[in-house]
Design a protein around this ligand. Structure first.
Ligand code: SF4
Length: 353
């Protein structure tokens, strides 16, 4: 596709506009009953699993009720890699770190920058983002309030780097594109006992009838990982359940290289994701109810797994010699942020690492 010259845009911004956003390109039209069929299958699988394992029935609706399991991209990745790893991370709970706080600040800064007409300086929107987040009782605020001056300076520098890379890679986000940043998406199954939860870094566009016109982008620092495609497919499924029409495309955008991986969404992608999610729900419910012993599957997550000190298979696992950087944790699933509705329940993460 020829790239139209635009002296105001960098060549990478032009590539993104033409190759990733594909403005003016053809868009697929989906079956209006597709979302209902996907939901029906997920409902049937989740309900059968809960009934078979003797889970308590769904309570009358009360906002304070917690789902039995919350399925987010990180839980799915962990449960399909090593069940005991998931259980160990659940037991350890979520804690804000410099990396997750930096991601929250950078994404908030991109979000704020997209809402003002003038082109703000990255360092200014990072300061604005910190000022907005620091008083947040439920998010990264506590980490920000207790960070040392040096930690904050480093966070500022790295978040500014991410925002700058976004600015010089993406064309300015036009309001007509309906940009949504840090956008939560949720679907409930089995009377609310199972929650599918995602948080999309960036979504552009909206469907017109059953014509898919939404692009979902996960912003990443670091190298590509095989896990990222699975994360994107999960977002595509939950978005389809939420709005009734799939996104036309999902993509991981790598800020350090100005490159991306994308997949165009079709029914096969969504049905294969339904199977992956349903299998994950089966395992998560059984582990949560204690009807299943967590299995151990040694592999790359052993390098950062909290269970490793008590896990002989994990201690015995060694990365292949061919790995250029065996200590890298770039294939580590994205960190999640705690659920803003309450403590103790992890929610979907959008903090790219
Ligand atoms: S150390 Fe490895 S095998 Fe053991 S629980 Fe953790 S990820 Fe699984």
């Amino acid at each position: 596709v020829p790239i139209e010259p635009d002296p105001a845009l960098t060549p990478t911004q032009l590539r993104v506009r033409t190759g990733l956003l594909d403005l003016g390109g053809a868009r697929p039209v989906f079956d209006p009953h597709l979302a209902a069929r996907l939901l029906e299958e997920l409902e049937a699988r989740a309900t059968a699993c809960l009934d078979a394992l003797g889970a308590p029935p769904p309570p009358p609706y009360d906002r304070r009720d917690r789902p039995l399991v919350v399925v987010h991209k990180r839980a799915l990745a962990q449960i399909h890699q090593c069940e005991r790893h998931w259980a160990a991370e659940e037991a350890a709970g979520f804690a804000w770190t410099a990396a997750t706080a930096r991601g929250a600040v950078a994404h908030k800064a991109i979000e704020l920058g997209a809402q003002v007409d003038r082109q703000p300086l990255p360092a200014d929107v990072v300061d604005l983002a910190i000022a907005r987040l620091i008083d947040d009782e439920r998010g990264s605020g506590l980490w920000l309030r207790t960070a040392t001056e040096g930690d904050l300076a480093e966070l500022r520098a790295r978040a500014t780097d991410e925002v700058t890379k976004f600015d010089d890679s993406f064309p300015p986000l036009a309001r007509a594109w309906r940009p949504r940043l840090e956008s939560r998406q949720v679907a409930y199954l089995a009377g609310g006992r199972v929650e599918l939860s995602g948080k999309v870094d960036l979504a552009l566009g909206k469907p017109v009838g059953c014509e898919a016109r939404t692009l979902i982008v996960d912003l990443k620092t670091g190298r590509p990982s095989g896990l990222h495609a699975a994360d994107l497919r999960f977002y595509a499924l939950v978005e389809t359940l939420r709005v009734g029409v799939p996104p036309f495309r999902v993509a991981s955008f790598y800020l350090d290289s100005g490159t991306w991986h994308h997949e165009d969404v079709d029914e096969d992608l969504l049905w294969s994701t339904v199977r992956r999610v349903a299998d994950g729900v089966d395992r998560l419910v059984a582990l949560r109810l204690g009807t299943r012993q967590a299995t151990e599957t040694p592999g790359p997550p052993c390098r950062y797994c909290p269970a490793r000190p008590e896990c002989p298979p994990g201690q015995a696992w060694r990365p292949p010699e061919a790995w250029a950087d065996p200590d890298s944790d770039l294939d580590r699933p994205d960190a999640d942020e705690p659920d803003p509705d309450g403590p103790g329940r992890p929610a979907a993460g959008g903090v790219g690492t």
